[in-house]
Write a protein that binds this ligand. Sequence first.
Ligand code: ACM
Length: 525
Amino acid sequence: MTPMKFKFFVQSALALSVLFSQPACTPSDLSKENMIPLPVSIVSAGGSFNLTDQTNIFVQGESAEMKQIGQYLADKLNPSTGLTIKVKTTTDTPAPGNIFLSISGKDTELGDEGYQLTISDKSVHLEANKPAGLFHGIQTIRQILPAKVEMKTAQKGPWKLDNGVIRDFPEYGYRGSMLDVARHFFGIDDVKNFIEQLAYYKMNVLHLHLSDDQGWRIEIKSWPNLTAHGGKTEVGGGEGGYYTQEQYKEIVKYAQDRYITIIPEIDMPGHTNAALASVAMLNCDGKPKELYTGTEVGFSTLCTSKETTYQFIDDVIRELAAITPGEYLHIGGDESHATKIEDYIPFMNRVQDMVVAHGKKVLAWDEIALATVKPNTVVQYWAKAENAIKGVAQGAKVLMSPAKNAYLDMQYDSTSTYGLHWAAYIEVDKGYNWDPANLVPEIKKENIVGIEAPLWSETVGARQEAEYLIFPRLLGYAEIGWTPAKLRSWPAYRVRLANHGERMKAMNINFYPSKMVRWETNDVK
Ligand code: ACM
């Protein structure tokens, strides 16, 4: 080799070695992390914080709630990292190398659910005005770490968090989903699992559809036959089931610990065949109906002219209100085709008053706007914009669940295994690409409490089946509820969603692998 050639060879070798000695990881850039929902503001600083066997979680003060939040994070990190991160209390800023959770109470922009997360080489500091903000911030910390942090068994590190500052708070106060446990019953482990999934995406409401034609799913002590008989079956004739009040309280507590409110629904005056089959006097002719395992709607009604019907409803509302700490009870009101409108209106008016008398506010499907919408009643828009508009005209706030955009039981396309398509096919892009504040011109942002994506369960009875319809669309609804519309875009979301494929796999979620998304990952830290 001539000296010239040798020099060229050395230079080339050097260049190649530089090229190949790049670590197989992306540079630390917090803004490139794949967080869902997208935070309001991310400022990257370069560099990263590493979780090590010296890292602990320090919480400010001695509050049991703060310790519980710290422990929640430790319990998420320890199994996969193999570390033994402990929760400690402090009155001071902890030493370098640790995670610090503190309440400041002074940062008004963050509100009750927002947080600020500051990550440097030396520390991770999560601050919020309220514990709920810390809890949401913890989900962000989890999502900045590699996807395998969500696994239940020890994985190889490193466990890096990119440096920078995230300031984040929700667009809407109500960000929820609904689970129909009446058409098919889901046991408490499935419900808890769903609550964990909602928490991961910063949702804060789970609406439980507890009664319908096919089943009554909540123990009412003054009317035990509702569950003894009315809880015995489901769509297709399966064995059904119900929650005892103790089990319901367990669900409520599990949700509360994750800053999620349970809103129970007793659907009436229609969608009541299970009650009509269990309590004879609820029928105008005093004769009990047969249990029903089909999927028709609109054929049942409580006897609205009987005084005993209202005594029954008062018992149900009283017992349910007593075990529900959240401020809302949902009274249904949808598809009451077997109730004359002149009976429907006074019925809905009276039942609203009964809910208020038991110290709760009313949530109801949009048909309620055909009646008088009482103060504080929230109208859940699902079918008819004109109903929701009528509600707004009466001064009500609206919860946005338009079936064409937000129903989780709608099929993705004509080849979908599960789901229905009476409202629409909702591919993942269609589920994401809409703005609650722009959908109906007469319904303005200030009229809207938030968004809820309901899962009706006519076609799904097992967790994996439900997950196939829920995921990945739920992530899009979570982002619509949290992230300001001006920061949302399908092309950018699609990339973040692709990266959540690994996370959903790590969490054992049976998601629909939509062709709209390139399920590849750049999460190679
Ligand atoms: C509904 O989908 N019947 C509210």
